[in-house]
Design a protein around this ligand. Structure first.
Ligand SMILES: Cc1cc2nc3c(=O)[nH]c(=O)nc-3n(C[C@H](O)[C@H](O)[C@H](O)COP(=O)(O)OP(=O)(O)OC[C@H]3O[C@@H](n4cnc5c(N)ncnc54)[C@H](O)[C@@H]3O)c2cc1C
Length: 338
């Protein structure tokens, strides 16, 4: 069981800045995120797009903002638990006990939910047969591309991820690229590259097809795909990759007895506390009159929630407001030599 002053759920911009504020005032925190990377929507949905309304940063991309937020956390040595989704919540001797889908347990007086629009989950094949091959022969993201070397891979999808991986893996593997439409939604340069590789025989392009069956006992052997005209083709496949985008789900947090307002959690605007003592919500996931779903609002909400956490984490101490410019205390936590 990991004990900490604050557990932050969500490593998006809001969760990251809240972690900064928590450590600055002398508390410790751990961060859990369902994604395999840090940055939330900024990194998952728009890493290359410029943002123009972060105070004092005239322009930066989603990726640059994330890198800067991570850099700002460097003095604190924070533990991230990535690719883990929080599932269960229960009371334990006046504290909260939280368990993730991987069985990691946290004991804490404070939980800050910075879960954005919910946990990002890949959209999967609807075919029941696919489940038994998942994470063995059928994947929805690539963690280790070396396993595909010299193999036959059927890639499904018509967006950037499907085409980028088809192009990359075509170097060392035999690729079927299968899409249910004739047109692709990817960058024009990738579409042209795929067509060129198809002409050279390095990619087999199959459009207007959908997955009909996955064949094999322990491991996948082949797949059946069906054309719009109902004709069926069997393709030998060692692996299948499906890239159909992401869905966002509030998931088990929705059953934690919190005051929900559609897919958001109602909070007060003094502490950003929910209807449960010691559980706060900040960023896109919280709602209150006048809420703006902007990154800058999440930063402010995190700063206030962090101070609220102090009461429960250090019940016998009084929180003292200080500036980073003038406080030796804060500067020493930041590793600044005076
Ligand atoms: C295309 C686009 C452009 C945008 N442009 C701007 C802009 O210009 N300016 C601006 O201010 N805002 C912009 N936004 C909005 C901005 O990205 C969001 O307001 C911001 O990302 C919210 O941050 P967050 O930390 O609250 O949530 P998120 O960024 O959504 O991060 C939440 C994290 O929590 C994780 N999570 C959720 N549930 C769980 C769980 N149960 N267990 C573990 N982890 C969980 C998720 O995986 C995710 O990583 C834009 C959004 C989009 C989509």
């Amino acid at each position: 069981m990991i004990t900490t002053d604050v557990l932050i759920i969500g490593a998006g911009p809001t969760g990251l800045f809240a972690a900064h504020q928590i450590n600055l005032i002398g508390l410790k925190c751990e961060i859990v995120d369902n994604l395999d990377k840090i940055g939330g929507q900024c990194i998952e949905l728009y890493p290359d797009k410029p943002i123009y309304d972060i105070p004092a940063i005239p322009e930066c991309t989603g990726e640059e903002l994330t890198k800067n937020l991570i850099n700002q956390l460097k003095p604190f040595n924070i533990k991230f638990h990535l690719s883990e989704r929080v599932e269960e919540l229960k009371k334990n001797n006046g504290n909260w006990e939280v368990t993730t889908n991987r069985g990691t347990k946290f004991l804490t007086p404070n939980i800050i939910i910075a879960g954005g629009v919910g946990a990002f989950e890949p959209r999967k094949f609807s075919l029941k047969e696919c489940e038994k091959f998942e994470n063995k022969s059928i994947f929805y993201s690539v963690k280790d591309k070396s396993i595909f070397k010299g193999k036959t891979i059927s890639i499904f999808g018509g967006g950037d991820s499907a085409l980028d991986w088809a192009i990359e893996l075509a170097n060392n593997s035999s690729i079927n690229l299968i899409h249910r439409r004739d047109e692709f939604r990817a960058a024009q340069s990738s579409v042209e590259k795929v067509k060129e590789l198809a002409k050279q025989g390095k990619i087999k392009l199959l459009t207007k097809y959908q997955l009909k069956n996955a064949v094999g006992s322990e491991r996948l052997e082949s797949i059946d795909i069906m054309h719009d005209d109902k004709s069926i083709q069997n393709l030998k496949s060692d692996y299948v990759l499906g890239f159909f985008g992401l869905i966002m789900q509030l998931g088990p947090i929705a059953n934690w007895g919190l005051n929900l307002n559609k897919k958001t959690i109602k909070v007060d605007t003094e502490k950003f506390e929910t209807n449960q003592k010691g559980i706060y919500a900040i960023g896109d996931i919280c709602s209150y009159p006048g809420k703006l779903k902007l990154i800058l609002s999440g930063f402010h909400e995190g700063a206030l929630a962090a101070r609220a956490c102090f009461r429960l984490a250090r019940p016998n101490e009084k929180y003292r407001f200080e500036f980073t410019t003038t406080s030796s205390n804060l500067k020493s936590r930041l590793g600044v030599k005076e």
